[in-house]
Write a protein that binds this ligand. Structure first.
Ligand SMILES: Cc1cc2nc3c(=O)[nH]c(=O)nc-3n(C[C@H](O)[C@H](O)[C@H](O)COP(=O)(O)O)c2cc1C
Length: 216
């Protein structure tokens, strides 16, 4: 078992998974730990739907079909944040040996988002539609705890806003009721160790960019 600091440092996004099945008990253990996450008034607003086997395959087929027809409906990043996405894309697709100009290979790699990067377990993270930003924070706390517990158990993961770009497909395939908003997807499985982009540890800004201490 990793200690907490190690698990935090070790967790990173996996963008190609092995077909190796994921033991359900490992996911259950990680979920049981994540359930300890704090939440506004202890409402525990996270709601997750997991698809594996045939239901996962049907969901992926429907998402890929739609993604080949039209772009996902995902709000664009404000202009001042867009450089982060370009820098990330250069690293992730660069590690795959794909340049921005190589549009066919770039599009094929992007399409793997809706394949859950071939993960055998496809999670959907939801929250009641009447809840607000404080409750989305609580869902985020649950999600990070889940990711760390999965990391500790040797499992890879990738949080995916891309999945929320086709909410009606996800809703129809997994019978998700309309009172639940679909926040993102979560791919879970064993990372393909040969895939170069899985070895990336994306750098962070120095903490001083994000935090200010006012002492006087
Ligand atoms: C809310 C959220 C949505 C994300 N959506 C996607 C996504 O759609 N596709 C993807 O490849 N990565 C996605 N990611 C992964 C981020 O790109 C990744 O966390 C970030 O670049 C830092 O890299 P790391 O997770 O490897 O540390 C998402 C992460 C979060 C937290």
């Amino acid at each position: 078992m990793l200690d907490l600091d190690q698990a935090i440092r070790e967790r990173h996004s996996t963008r190609l998974f092995l077909p190796q099945p994921v033991p359900r008990e490992l996911v259950n253990e990680a979920l049981a730990l994540a359930q300890y996450a704090p939440s506004n008034s202890n409402i525990q607003p996270w709601h997750m739907v997991f698809a594996s086997g045939a239901s996962r395959d049907r969901l992926v087929a429907a998402l890929i079909d739609e993604a080949q027809r039209r772009p996902p409906n995902i709000p664009p990043l404000p202009a001042s944040f867009q450089h982060f996405r370009s820098e990330l894309g250069a690293q992730v697709y660069g590690a795959m040996g794909i340049s921005r100009e190589d549009t066919a290979r770039h599009a094929a790699a992007v399409l793997r988002n809706w394949e859950f990067f071939r993960a055998p377990v496809a999670g959907i993270v939801c929250m009641h539609r009447d809840l607000g930003p404080a409750d989305a924070l609580s869902v985020g706390m649950f999600l990070q705890t889940l990711l760390l517990a999965l990391t500790e158990r040797g499992l890879g993961s990738c949080v995916e806003v891309s999945i929320s770009g086709y909410p009606e497909i996800v809703r129809a395939q997994l019978a998700i009721p309309t009172e639940l908003s679909i926040l993102c997807g979560l791919a879970i499985g064993y990372p393909d160790p040969e895939f170069p982009a899985n070895k990336l540890h994306i750098a962070r800004e120095p903490i001083g960019e994000n935090v200010v201490f006012l002492d006087n």
